[in-house]
Design a protein around this ligand. Structure first.
Ligand code: UGA
Length: 431
């Protein structure tokens, strides 16, 4: 059992903290947002993630998980400190590392004995070095410390499962002591451990996310060719996926990727490459294709409806993917803005993300269920593949609509079945 401090209780920090507590460690989660800490102390969680509220509650009650609004509390009492604060993109795409710097300074100023400082936030390569320099410059006492990198690979929506069953654990370290502590912390989790230097660990994270984003843009580009040639991208992806070197995952064509990670990490990786003197054009194209998919969806809607002006479009799904209420860089935002620019009128429904969506798009209509959204609609646009959209009574929906048109941006419905029910159905990259 180790005493672990987690600085930053967002998606990654809170999941990490709760899971470390679950495997037996003594965890203190810190966040400088007092409102968040109040919610956590009151037994709630500040965002939706399946299973997390129960896990937090269980470990709080067991006394293994505590909260504080002060970084100093973690530095005073925890031997290992994980930095999990946000690294949002700046105007030009570069990662904003000011929160990391602030935390590193606070840790340095309060250290009175050995501390292992681990960066878990996704950061550009060489951030570890900068953290070290900040600590060197700011530390008040001459104490020993280590810096390490331990990137996180969990996905929102399945974060707890991913944390407990990772494909690998990456630890970037510079000392035996740091390696030993991190291996011990992760001991209960069965996964291969990749030990590297700090720079390699940092790049593993950016390269992995960029590679996955590239897979999505690749299949999306292929989907355009499929559609124009009479092929079905779903079948093409299936046929490709059987090749073990390619793999079946991340070949779902559609309106492209969103979320708080891929778009931000791609642009940060492009920027850091540029700083190191390399023009990463391949990744620039990945970004471009991703943006084009949103426009293509709107163009297809326009083809189906002839004109978008004054048409009512029911949008099914707003979050950037199912099982989360996260609206960060959600394709729905671009799509809705483009549709509205053409004069369409939007009625949207999402099982979880409507509260957050209202903050970003206050002046569209939000329906209480998919049926209300579809009432008198000229078309439905499926933007997020929530399970429940596969189980709706589409016969009823067809009768509620003004014209029975479905544009399925995630290829989640069966085209034949929809056509049998009397819909004009279009997917992405298939007839
Ligand atoms: C992603 C990575 O998958 C995690 O490994 C990583 O830890 C995380 O970013 C992070 O850096 O923190 P996440 O953003 O939660 O996780 O979501 P994913 O499930 O990877 O989906 C990302 C986007 O890609 C979604 O918008 C999804 O709809 C889209 N996607 C995914 C596709 O369009 N097609 C696919 O085949 C797969």
């Amino acid at each position: 059992m180790r005493k672990i401090g987690i600085i930053g209780s967002g998606y990654v920090g809170l999941v990490t903290g709760a899971c470390f507590a679950e495997i037996g460690h003594d965890v203190l989660c810190v966040d400088n947002d007092e409102r968040k800490i109040k919610i956590l102390e009151g037994g709630g969680i500040p965002f939706y993630e399946p299973g997390l509220e129960e896990l937090v509650k269980k470990n709080r009650e067991a006394g293994r998980l505590r909260f504080s609004a002060r970084t100093k509390d973690a530095v005073d009492t925890c031997e290992v400190i994980f930095i999990c604060v946000g690294t949002p993109p700046k105007e030009g795409g570069e990662a904003d590392l000011s929160a990391i710097e602030r935390v590193a300074s606070e840790i340095a100023e309060n250290m009175t004995e050995y501390r292992l400082i681990v960066e878990k936030s996704t950061v550009p390569v060489q951030t570890g070095r900068r953290i070290k320099r900040t600590i060197e410059l700011r530390k008040k006492k001459n104490v020993e410390y280590d810096v390490a990198s331990n990137p996180e690979f969990l996905r929102e929506g399945s974060a707890i499962y991913d944390f407990m069953h990772p494909d690998r654990i990456v630890i970037g370290v510079e000392s035996e002591r740091a390696a030993r502590i991190l291996r011990e912390i992760y001991e209960p989790i069965k996964a291969p451990i990749i030990e590297t230097n700090i720079e390699s660990a940092e790049i593993i994270k950016h390269a992995s996310n960029s590679f996955l984003a590239m897979k999505i843009s690749f299949i999306n580009a292929v989907s355009i060719i499929c559609e124009r040639s009479g092929a079905d991208v779903m079948k093409v992806a299936e046929g490709m996926g059987y090749d073990r070197r390619i793999g079946k995952e991340f070949l779902r064509a559609g309106i492209g990727f969103g979320g708080s990670c891929f778009p931000k990490d791609l642009s940060a990786f492009i920027k850091i490459a540029e700083k190191l003197g390399y023009e990463f054009n391949l990744l620039k194209e990945v970004e471009k294709i991703n943006q084009e998919m949103r426009h293509l969806f709107v163009k297809k809607m326009e083809d189906l409806l002839w004109n978008l002006k004054e048409k009512k479009i029911a949008i099914f799904g707003l979050s950037f993917k199912p099982n989360t209420d996260d609206m960060r860089s959600a394709p729905s935002i671009d799509i809705i803005n483009l549709l509205r620019k053409e004069g369409a009128y939007i009625s949207a429904y999402d099982p979880r993300a409507m509260e957050k969506a209202k903050e970003i798009m206050p002046d569209i209509e939000y329906a209480k269920d998919p049926y209300e959204a579809a009432t008198d609609a000229d078309a439905i646009g499926i933007v997020t593949e929530w399970d429940e959209f596969g189980k709706l009574d589409y016969k009823r929906i067809r009768n509620l609509m003004r014209t029975p048109i479905i544009l399925d941006g995630r290829n989640m419905l069966d085209p034949e079945e929809m056509r049998k029910l009397g819909f004009i159905y279009r997917g992405m990259g298939r007839g």
